[in-house]
Ligand binder design. Structure first.
Ligand SMILES: Cc1cc2nc3c(=O)[nH]c(=O)nc-3n(C[C@H](O)[C@H](O)[C@H](O)COP(=O)(O)O)c2cc1C
Length: 202
């Protein structure tokens, strides 16, 4: 938690089970913002999958009694919500997806409508991790700018999934995003700090 002179309240949600690169990105943005913030580490929360019971369609409330209840209270009080997830098989992580699915009551009640969102993701295109996803020679691709772009495809897809959730479903305004494709978030430190400063001026 950090308190400086800004009035904005930011909630940063990390969907990283390991808590390494993703949390570095999140922390860098939050520190640069100088705003009051809270970090939610989904790996430490007990959030069950959405049971699709349909109860929230009427009540706009979720009957599942777990740590998501605390987030139903907190999220509508934030000005800015940062979603930070590693890319896992061209998608968000399982714990982030559980969180997203459990946001159905907030979608139905439109409680996050108009809030600002920031998106962060990181992937690592090392051969052992994405060989199965991208059917080409990674070393060769690195030498060619056009195919180098393809290396980050799974990561941009992950970013897009979070964007659709925030923008289309939750009706939030995405004010910035950063993605890292080489598993080295330090390489984007300047961009992350810049994003933090942009947030501070919102
Ligand atoms: C199950 C799994 C699937 C992954 N899928 C992708 C992927 O589709 N694209 C990619 O670039 N990296 C992929 N990665 C690499 C991770 O995104 C990368 O290691 C990231 O830094 C993990 O975040 P963390 O450092 O916060 O734990 C995958 C890793 C795991 C464990």
């Amino acid at each position: 938690m950090s308190v400086k002179n800004k009035q904005l309240k930011i909630i940063g949600i990390s969907g990283s089970p390991r808590g390494r690169n993703t949390n570095y990105m999140l922390q860098t943005v939050l520190d640069a913002s100088g705003c009051y913030y809270e970090i939610i580490l989904l790996k430490d929360k007990k959030i069950k999958p959405c049971a699709a019971c349909g109860g929230c369609y009427k009540s706009h409330k979720c009957v599942v009694n777990d740590d998501m209840q605390e987030l139903y209270e907190k999220l509508p009080k934030a000005d800015i919500i940062i979603l930070a997830s590693p890319t896992f098989f061209a998608n968000v992580t399982g714990i982030m997806k559980n969180f997203i699915d459990r946001c159905l009551p907030l979608y139905l009640s439109e409680k996050l409508k108009g809030k600002k969102a920031v998106l962060l993701t990181v992937g690592n295109f090392r051969k052992d991790e994405v060989r199965y996803l991208d059917n080409f020679d990674i070393e060769k691709a690195m030498k060619n700018p056009a195919s180098r772009r393809k290396l980050g495809e799974s990561i941009r897809r992950c970013l897009n999934i979070m964007k659709i959730f925030c923008q289309k479903h939750m009706k939030m305004k995405v004010i910035g995003s950063v993605y890292v494709i080489n598993g080295d978030p330090e390489s984007k430190k300047k961009e992350l700090i810049k994003l933090g400063r942009i947030i501070a001026n919102k």
